[in-house]
Design a protein around this ligand. Structure first.
Ligand SMILES: NC(=O)c1ccc[n+]([C@@H]2O[C@H](COP(=O)([O-])OP(=O)(O)OC[C@H]3O[C@@H](n4cnc5c(N)ncnc54)[C@H](OP(=O)(O)O)[C@@H]3O)[C@@H](O)[C@H]2O)c1
Length: 320
């Protein structure tokens, strides 16, 4: 699926190309599923901070089988099940990557789960274990909790022994959060988020995860108790909010930026170690990634549209 001009996702075109063959140091992966992320839509619309030269194939994380191994590559056999974080190029049947890029996946992961956990779980793990430390017994409130990042935060927080409040809009999203083990839920389209979080926690949450921005951020900040930490993750709601700094001073709160993507690019070895920890937790069933909604590869445009217009509940992927 090729982006030939920046614009709406529906402009992505199916293009047939011959199968690529491996150069030295490369492996070829037969892609079975590609994760769909908000950032893929931003790339196509030209709204991301990086603008790749046209034409390009979007798609940043793939799961599949190794089908060809180039010279000078060790450690892989054909048929190995892998995921690869590739930035671009994933909306395709096959990808070529350097032999150091793929990561072996546990057998208890479906292709869809494997293709959709890399960014979301790495970000949640990085945020809750590196940018702050979420302790067992602490309360965390997660906005956009039925979204990709939100569900990963709920899962990692539960694994760490925290008490979770899922904040989302609409009953089907809240239902999913309950199914995924949220201890409490708040429908912030009908309830006052700050008041409800303070009631539930008996004074205020310890950590708030905010991938939504817009009007949610200030309510999250105000919902924090003594020493509370607001994790700034993204702006799915569209607007970048301005926060009153008196609310940071009060109760000795902190506002913490989380830019996992930039960190992972600058520290690839640390990211490999982090992701290995995530996969080990999946393998021994301490983490339970959600099964995504699957769209056929050639439906990439409508699938991104569904993501942009909030019709996806949970994660989504493209399958070939
Ligand atoms: N900082 C990092 O390192 C990092 C890493 C990965 C992703 N991100 C960013 O985090 C954000 C969320 O990513 P995601 O994968 O969780 O996205 P997602 O699966 O689409 O979920 C986003 C959630 O935001 C809420 N939302 C509120 N207003 C929205 C709107 N106008 N359009 C779409 N969603 C809206 C929705 O929940 P409700 O309707 O329930 O509010 C939705 O479930 C994105 O901006 C992404 O770029 C940041």
């Amino acid at each position: 699926m090729v982006c030939t001009a920046l614009g709406e996702p529906e402009t992505l075109e199916v293009v047939e190309r011959p199968s690529p063959s491996c150069g030295p140091g490369q492996v070829r992966i037969r892609v079975w599923a590609t994760g769909l992320n908000y950032v893929d839509a931003l790339f196509v619309q030209g709204r991301y901070q990086i603008r790749p030269p046209l034409p390009f194939v979007p798609g940043s994380e793939v799961a599949g089988e190794v089908v060809e191994i180039g010279s000078e590559v060790e450690g892989w056999s054909t048929g190995d099940r892998v995921v690869a974080s590739i930035g671009l190029g994933g909306f395709a049947d096959e990808v070529l990557v350097a032999g150091s890029v793929p990561v072996r996946i546990p057998t208890n992961l479906s292709w869809g789960q494997a293709a959709t956990l890399g960014q979301s779980y790495s970000t949640a793990w990085f945020a809750l274990r590196h940018r702050t430390v979420l302790a067992a017994g602490e309360w965390i409130v997660v906005a956009g909790a039925a979204g990709g990042l939100g569900l990963a935060f709920l899962d990692v927080a539960r694994m760490l022994g925290a008490q979770t409040i899922a904040a989302a809009s609409e009953p089907d999203r809240l239902r999913l959060c309950i199914e995924r083990g949220a201890h409490e839920v708040v429908d912030y389209s009908t309830e006052d988020l700050k008041t409800r979080v303070r009631e539930i926690t008996g004074g205020g949450a310890d950590v708030a995860a905010d991938p939504v921005g817009s009007t949610r951020s200030e309510a999250l900040l105000r919902s924090l108790g003594e020493g509370g930490r607001l994790l700034v993750l993204g702006f799915a709601g569209g607007d970048i909010p301005h926060l009153p700094t008196n609310q940071v001073l009060l109760r000795n709160r902190s506002v913490v930026g989380v830019d996992w993507g930039a960190w992972a690019m600058a520290h690839p070895e640390d990211q490999r170690a982090l992701f290995a920890e995530v996969l080990a937790a999946v393998e021994d069933r301490r983490l339970h990634p959600v099964e995504p909604t699957a769209y056929p590869l050639e439906q990439a445009g409508p699938a991104l549209r569904d993501l942009l217009e909030r019709r996806v509940v949970g994660k989504a992927c493209l399958t070939t």
